[in-house]
Design a protein around this ligand. Structure first.
Ligand code: SF4
Ligand code: SF4
Length: 190
């Protein structure tokens, strides 16, 4: 990215976020209006709302942002992006923060990356999600004691026919794997 005349006055963290996000330069026009946090369906679960995150990025609070759970709670619904009066690519910035947190070894402070990896491992193998396997594998490796607490809920879902005990594969799983492999290859080139 070509540096502009304001670049030197920006926090190093803000410069990195702008450089890593398509259209990211718009973040400097954030009005702190809060429409993004107000429209976010997962805002209550986040350590900081997107509005607060942008203030922290401007203030160079790199560790606090990258160690937070905010971007991992983002479900990419794009509601905030659609409602932002400044057309800031908020959802894309959440992706940027995920990549940065992983690259800088700061993602481990949140549970969400482990859960996301368990999910993608199942999609890689079967072409679809498998709730029972995701829950048991994630809890076994990350929160073994919680498995005991969750057992009752699992049994009741199984009794109501809401939980399959074995995964099923989609028909063209090889094709899907080829697409996933290509996407991984392209993301390495970024
Ligand atoms: S909606 Fe846009 S302008 Fe308002 S706080 Fe969020 S990012 Fe900033
Ligand atoms: S895209 Fe992410 S941050 Fe934006 S409203 Fe949806 S969940 Fe919230």
């Amino acid at each position: 990215m070509v540096a502009d005349s304001h670049d030197a006055h920006r926090s190093p963290f803000l410069r990195d976020v702008i450089a890593d996000t398509p259209g990211g330069k718009k973040v400097v026009h954030c009005l702190q209006c809060g429409s993004c946090g107000g429209s976010c369906p997962n805002g209550a679960e986040m350590d900081y709302t997107p509005r607060a995150i942008f203030a922290m990025i401007a203030g160079n609070r790199r560790d606090a942002v990258l160690e937070s759970n905010t971007m991992w709670q983002c479900v990419s619904c794009y509601l905030c992006t659609a409602r932002c009066p400044q057309e800031i690519p908020i959802t894309e910035i959440m992706y940027t923060l995920k990549r940065m947190a992983i690259r800088e070894g700061k993602a481990g402070k949140s549970d969400a990356p482990a859960l996301a990896k368990t999910f993608t491992d199942f999609v890689d193998k079967y072409g679809r999600s498998f709730e029972f396997g995701i829950a048991t594998r994630y809890l076994l490796f990350n929160k073994p004691l919680s498995m005991l607490k969750m057992g009752g809920a699992g049994m009741s879902m199984f009794a109501k026919g809401r939980l399959a005990l074995t995964p099923t594969k989609i028909r063209n799983v090889k094709q899907l794997r080829a697409i996933i492999d290509k996407a991984k290859e392209l993301s390495k080139d970024d």
